[in-house]
Design a protein around this ligand. Structure first.
Ligand code: IPM
Ligand code: MG
Length: 368
């Protein structure tokens, strides 16, 4: 088996620590499962700006294009807040999404049985929750032109962005959502603002057409985004797969992740189109941010990142067995009562980032 080429981008803040634990799992897979990785490392975000003057160096782009997959920690921190817009760490993240053509962002919101009490909602509303949010990631207002801030003749200023989608952009994200739904509950809820925004009326029409033409076996419903936000906190278990445009997806996925009470537990995947070999460009990262307030304290929860690695093994490397082992080891550790600070519950044992990593490896040893 050819070595799996993985580019690792630790990024900023707790990104470095949580990636450290994922690397231990990778070492374990090499030693105990005989899987060979070809690991490279690169700079992205604030650290990249500090070392090279740009949050997204060319070297990182080149490495990403050569890799079979990318594993990212997190980017950002207050020390970079006052940089010009194009130098901010977030531009690095948006840049790599755009350059790799990662148009589909998969954000599962899953409640772990052991953590159902940790939600801000009543536990019966969220127990067993399993939603997949499919967010369009390279279009809409995030990238639409024209954009900017201009000064008007009277000296006042005008800021503007453009929400724009083409048929092709809508269909390709729709396909990802319908394909995923086929592997799950076969229900897609497409979220838009078709009563106000023409762009998303087009979205609704194209989603309907695509379903009728290619996915008659999948149930499609439409929901306005304001209602979707409300329904997510009212009765979240009504959803299976939600598909939506970039900005709505940014907002709804944060909302959905909080329902689980465990942002530190949620992985994500960003996919591009399959290349000539049929391999999708892909980047995997935890759903949480760089958490500067706890960075460097060995406190962060590494589970979202380790689950992101598991998604990478499953979807990019075809290593289903190993992905299942990692998911199982994490469940076992939670069952055993170990908790990082973010998911701490009465009567459980609070552990550090590194002890959580070690404990997952111990469970892996048992499963191997
Ligand atoms: C996310 C983040 C990013 C986004 C920021 C950091 C640019 O909020 O991945 O959801 O808005 O997409
Ligand atoms: Mg966000």
């Amino acid at each position: 088996m050819a070595a799996k080429k993985l580019l690792i981008l630790p990024g900023d803040g707790i990104g470095v620590e949580v990636i450290g634990q994922a690397r231990r799992i990778i070492d374990w897979l090499e030693k105990k499962r005989g899987i060979s990785f070809e690991i490279s490392e690169g700079l992205l975000g604030g650290i990249a700006y500090d070392k090279t003057g740009t949050p997204f160096p060319k070297d990182t782009l080149d490495k990403a294009m050569e890799a079979d997959a990318v594993l990212l920690g997190a980017v950002g921190g207050p020390q970079w807040d006052n940089l010009p817009f194009d130098k901010k760490p977030e531009r690095g993240l948006l840049g790599i999404r755009k350059e790799m053509g990662l148009f589909a962002n998969l954000r599962p919101a899953v409640v772990f049985e052991e953590l159902a009490d940790a939600s801000s909602l009543k536990s019966d509303l969220v127990a067993g929750l399993d939603i997949m949010i499919v967010r369009e990631l390279t279009g809409g207002m995030y990238f639409g032109e024209p954009r900017g801030v201009e000064t008007l003749p009277d000296g006042s200023r005008r800021g503007f962005n453009t929400m724009v989608y083409t048929t092709e952009e809508i269909r390709r994200i729709g396909k990802v959502a319908f394909e995923i739904a086929r592997e799950r509950g076969k229900r897609v809820c497409s979220v838009d603002k078709a009563n106000v925004l023409e762009c998303t009326l087009l979205w609704r029409e194209e989603m309907t057409k695509l379903r009728d033409e290619e996915y008659p076996d999948v149930e499609l419903t439409h929901m306005l985004v304001d209602n979707a936000a409300m329904q997510l906190v009212r009765f979240p278990k009504q959803f299976d797969v939600m598909v939506t445009e970039n900005t709505f997806g940014d907002i709804l996925s944060d909302c959905a992740s909080m329902l689980t009470g465990s942002l530190g537990m949620l992985p994500s995947a960003s996919w591009g189109a399959p290349d000539a070999r049929g391999v999708r460009r892909a980047l995997y990262e935890p759903s949480h941010g760089s958490a500067p307030d706890i960075a460097g304290k060995d406190m962060a929860n590494p589970i979202a990142t380790i689950l992101s690695l598991s998604m990478c093994l499953r979807y990019s490397f075809g290593l289903t067995k190993e992905a299942d082992m990692i998911d199982g080891a994490i469940k076992a550790v939670l069952k055993g009562g170990l908790r990082t600070a973010d998911i701490m519950q009465p009567g459980k044992a609070r552990v550090s980032t590194s002890v959580m990593g070690e404990s997952i490896i111990r469970e892996l040893d048992k499963l191997a």
